[in-house]
Ligand binder design. Structure first.
Ligand code: IMP
Length: 202
């Protein structure tokens, strides 16, 4: 089945393609379909924003759409950057500058208090009115310095304790096997195949 990935973020698109392919889905991008949709993320939660994006892309494209809203939640920063992860520190910053901003804010915080998690809500919406939202998280720790070159966003500072590596030091398939996005997309595929029937799965 072809699904439209409701995102213009090339890194997210790549992850969706990689994860959905073995699950039997062909992920196409808005650019592949010649569609340009900008959705204002006005929701107060990852779930609300994922729904907004999936509905908008499905209704404009005529294809089933899958949208992800995701972010990094840092306990020592009271949950920041959370739903503002993509714009944290202002719109002009690079991923590396956003990582640096977080490291600076945590400069006095010892490893024991640097717990964090990535969260993703993913919504599937189609023209038949079927809508499924799933969510998943992965627990980690904010490293003291960026490490690794793979991945995107906050991957270089997100230390995944079972491997002792940051997500940017893990091979893409290794990240997908444990990541918030990988787990959520596998749950979505299960729900779509009817292995369990639920409107909202968390
Ligand atoms: P949005 O869901 O497009 O609003 O943005 C999510 C933002 O959260 C991304 O731009 C990244 O900064 C961050 N993020 C989400 N998932 C990941 C991930 O797997 N690795 C690194 N950063 C992520």
């Amino acid at each position: 089945m072809r699904v439209l990935v409701a995102s213009n973020n090339p890194h997210k698109l790549e992850e969706f393609r990689r994860i959905l392919h073995p699950l039997g889905y062909t992920a196409v991008s808005p650019a592949d379909e010649g569609i340009a949709v900008e959705v204002e993320e006005t929701g107060r939660t990852f779930e609300e924003n994922a729904r907004l994006k999936a509905r908008a892309f499905a209704s404009r494209s005529g294809l089933p759409a899958v949208a992800d809203d995701s972010g990094l939640i840092i306990d020592a920063l009271d949950g920041e950057p959370g739903i503002y992860s993509a714009r944290y520190g202002g719109p002009g910053l690079t991923d590396a500058a956003r990582c640096r901003l977080i490291l600076d804010r945590l400069s006095d915080v010892p490893l024991a208090n640097r717990s964090a998690r990535f969260a993703a809500s993913i919504t599937y919406a189609d023209q038949g009115g079927r809508e499924i939202t799933v969510g998943a998280r992965v627990e980690g720790v904010i490293a003291h310095e960026p490490r690794g070159v793979d991945g995107f966003g906050y991957d270089p500072i997100f230390l995944y304790p079972p491997t002792g590596k940051t997500f940017a030091e893990m091979a893409p398939a290794q990240k997908d096997a444990v990541s918030h996005r990988g787990a959520a997309l596998r749950r979505l595929a299960e729900a779509l195949s009817g292995r369990f029937d639920a409107g909202i799965l968390r």
